[in-house]
Design a protein. Structure first.
Length: 174
């Protein structure tokens, strides 16, 4: 298991750059004022950093960490809050930045706990979505790429904590 590695590039560095810049422009057009970004660690760190580098104006950031997968490529279905936010969300325009929506369980949990903190608006941006794997219907306003049912790594996403550093999205064959 541990010696599995990506065998092909699914989304290149250039495709990521172009699409992330496009998403940033769209989000900024929808939210021209203060935007508060909540990035979900660890998977969203690279996406978030490229996204905000493409945004001008007032953007603040906070981080939370959840654990949804133990190790390997199958979901446990359990979501645990590992690190909470440092600041309150009341009255703010909040954008959740997530790496990938798979079953949708993690995002549903996150949206529920963040909505309970009374933000003015709450939207979600995900780099990747695997709709064929969805177990719960969850709303995502901004999706970078819709992909087939592959286990992917790179650009922040891991397999057993490896490959987050790859500058592209690669596929791990099962
Ligand atoms: P969900 O709760 O099943 O939607 O899973 C969401 C989380 O599982 C993501 O935030 C990722 O951390 C992880 N995940 C789901 N699919 C993949 C994948 O293909 N590669 C790496 N991590 C994944």
């Amino acid at each position: 298991m541990a010696d599995r590695h990506p065998t092909r590039v699914l989304i290149s560095r250039e495709q990521l750059d172009t699409r992330v810049a496009e998403m940033a422009r769209q989000i900024r057009a929808d939210y021209p004022g203060n935007l508060h970004i909540v990035a979900v660690l660890k998977g969203a760190f690279m996406f978030m950093s490229d996204l905000v580098r493409n945004m001008e104006g007032s953007v603040s950031m906070d981080f939370m960490a959840v654990s949804s997968y133990a190790k390997g490529t199958t979901s446990s279905g359990e979501v645990r809050l590992v690190k909470d936010l440092d600041t309150a969300l009341d009255g703010r325009d909040v954008l959740i930045v997530e790496d990938i929506v798979d079953t949708g369980l993690t995002l549903t949990y996150l949206q529920e706990i963040l909505r309970a903190r009374n933000p003015r608006t709450l939207r979600t941006a995900c780099l990747l979505s695997k709709p064929s794997r969805r177990k719960v219907d969850v709303g995502v306003e901004y999706v970078g790429f819709t992909i087939e049912d592959h286990f992917v790594v790179g650009y922040g996403l891991d397999y057993a904590e490896q490959f987050r550093n790859l500058p592209y999205i690669g596929v791990i064959e099962s």
